[in-house]
Structure formats: C-alpha cells, structure tokens
Design a protein around this ligand. Sequence first.
Ligand code: ZN
Ligand code: FE
Length: 256
Amino acid sequence: MKLIPLPAFVDNYIWMLHDGQHAWVVDPGDAQPVVLALQREGVQLQGILVTHHHPDHTAGVNILRDATGAQVFGPANEPMPEPLRRVHGGDHIHVLGVDFQVLDVPGHTTGHIAYFGTTPGATPLLFCGDTLFSGGCGRLFEGTSAQMQHSLAQLAALPDATRVCCAHEYTLSNLQFARAVEPDNADLMDYSARAHHLRVQGLPTLPSSIGLERQINPFLRCTQPTVAASVCAFDAAAVERDGIFATLRQWKNQYR
Ligand code: ZN
Ligand code: FE
C-alpha cells in the first residue's frame, strides 16, 4: 500500500492511497494533481473521502467522480457535491482492505469528520482534514473552542504510532508559534530542525504521528503547566473568562 501527499494550490495536500491497481484520494480540492498522479502511478480512482465542505477540499470532486465513476463519501451534515454517501461518527468504510472508522470532529466546521484507518499488523492512519495540523489546529470558522478541544482530545487518544495526514503544510509557521508558547520544549526544538530541513529540500513534513503531536503541539498540551503559564502570561483575563485552550487559539490567531 502506498500513501502519497499530492501538493495542491499553495499549501494543500490531497492524500492518495493506492495498492498498485486502485486508488482513493482524500479532499480533492483540485482534480488536476489527482489526474496526473493516477497516470504517473498507473492506478484507477476507486473512491474519494471528504472531511468538510470548504472548496479547497471539495472543488475537484465532481470532475473526478464524473471522469472515473469513483464512489464519494463525505460528512452527513455539511453542504457537499452530490451525489455522495453521507457518513457520520461511528460509521465504517472499507478502503483497499483498510477499515476506516469515521470520527465526528466539529470545530473548524460544525460537521467536520475525520477517517481513522486500521489494518491488522499495520500502522494506523488518520485523515484529519483541517482539524489537527502538525504543531497546530484548524481555525474555528463555525464551531466553538469547546468543540475543537473535545475533537482534538479524541484524536490525541489514538495510538501514538498513528500516521497523521493533515490537509495543509502549515508545519513551519505552526512550530514558530509553538516555540513562543514552549521555548524550553526540547522535543519541539529537535522537530523544528527536522521540519526545516525537509522544507528546504522541498519535501512534505507530513505525515506526522499522534505520539509526536502529543510532545510538540501546544493545542494538545493545554494541561501542561508550562503551556498554561505561557497562555496566562499572554492574557490572564482571557484565561479566566474563556479557559486556556480558547485563549491559546486566540493568541495564535493574532500571532505574527
Ligand atoms: Zn477548511
Ligand atoms: Fe483547508
């Protein structure tokens, strides 16, 4: 099984999974990179998974479905390019022998879903759209910070080895903010150096892993005393009013 991030637009990734014969893609905001990859890899598109309704994740769906007859799966409660199979938390989808469980992860959008894939004896796989990024998390466009915090806690509880396939290459700018929050986190310093090295070579920093994110992602570390202290130093009144997670998200929104 091959897992390939296809760069799209400025900083999106369309994830492709294929077995040498059949392929699935996640969040094809653009059809063109997918069509080229299908030709290059010599595989046929069998299915499409969508995490949420934003155009940079959906705009290629109709073209690809019409060109290939691929089956499309997407969230139960969001506007979607029809026709598709709508799924919600607890549903299972079988993709090339991998069992994907659907997780409800509201926050970035209210109907956002993620796909957690397991195969006996293989490393688990997570397609999390714009919910969890390496070193960060999605902006709260529709949901509340409480919803996002709960969604991220659900993802953080997945096995450490889980390969985290995020939909954007935001890692370096996220890590810059993460270092402002936790300047003394040695794992974060090591990872920043590795990520920088990858980007200089034009390589993706993804997939990440749940174990790594738990060590370096401030949005998964709000219960750490160092993170709490930093966020309080940023705005103690906001922490009092909205809590640590919401204030951390607010800080990131205005961080330059
Ligand atoms: Zn989005
Ligand atoms: Fe996006």
